[in-house]
Design a binder for this molecule. Structure first.
Ligand code: DGL
Length: 259
């Protein structure tokens, strides 16, 4: 048993989509969420920059005594997860592009994945896609502007719908019946995505619930679950200013209806 917190990291607010699932699945676990904020977005940065920013974030979380680290950022996972596993003596859970469930359930044989430029150019995406390439056609696209919209809290605006439509509509026009969200910021745009999809039989796949289950499984395996009676606490950190940190905290409260 271990009442130390779970560490969750993202370049910004997107990882709160994972934070929420972890919290819902394990309400007795404390969580420290670190949103870089200062260097966001990561998606257009070089692999070296992303790796060193991620390493710094992990060091910060470990200094807070976290018992496991969730890299709630597809971009950071793609560019740094191997290095992290070699560098630190703690268990890491990263974001996998959810190509598998999409490929296995697609009826049309065409799936779309939307992610950042860096995540799509990484080996993780290449290897995952190659596994299913003989089964489905995989269309990939950068969610140009998506992260910025979410960081600004502008996801329920006509502009958000327009930006989303530009990326999603061509996939739908090519017959995609599964759209994989390959960046943790994108679930915040679910309303805009659903409105673009409309009546079509298209499933949007968010890997966050599966990531939360993986965290639970690893904690169970390693005997690291918190006491059942443990009262969870939630802390929010950022490399940006206090105003940004408060925005992250506020957003998290909104997600659990505490606003
Ligand atoms: N939330 C991110 C991801 O999952 C990072 C987006 C970014 O900073 O560009 O990829």
């Amino acid at each position: 048993m271990n009442n130390n917190p779970i560490g969750v990291f993202d370049s910004g607010m997107g990882g709160l989509s994972v934070w929420l699932r972890v919290r819902q699945l394990m309400p007795n676990e404390s969580i420290v969420y670190l949103a870089d904020g200062k260097n966001c977005p990561y998606g257009d940065r070089t692999p070296d920059e992303i790796a060193s920013l991620t390493k710094r974030a992990v060091e910060e979380l470990l200094a807070r005594g976290v018992k496991i680290v969730v890299v709630a950022c597809n971009t950071a996972t793609a560019m740094a997860i191997d290095m992290l596993r070699e560098s630190f003596d703690v268990e890491f859970v990263g974001m996998e592009p959810a190509v598998k469930p999409a490929a296995l359930s697609s009826q049309s044989g065409v799936i779309g994945i939307v992610a950042t430029h860096a995540a799509l150019s990484g080996e993780l995406f290449r290897a995952t896609s190659a596994k299913y390439a003989d089964r489905v056609k995989i269309l990939s696209a950068v969610g140009e502007g998506f992260v910025e919209i979410v960081e600004q809290g502008a996801e329920h605006t006509p502009e958000a719908r327009k930006v989303v439509a530009e990326v999603i509509e061509p996939m739908l026009a090519s017959g995609a019946d599964r759209i994989v969200l390959g960046c943790t910021h994108y679930p915040f745009l679910m309303d805009a995505i659903e409105s673009v999809v409309g009546e079509r039989q298209v499933e949007i796949i968010d890997p966050a619930p599966a990531v939360a289950r993986r965290v639970e499984w690893l904690l169970e395996r390693d005997g690291l679950r918190a006491d059942e009676q443990h009262r969870a606490s939630y802390e929010f950190l950022s490399f940006a200013d206090e105003e940004y940190r408060q925005k992250v905290e506020q957003r998290a409260k909104c997600l659990v209806g505490e606003k």
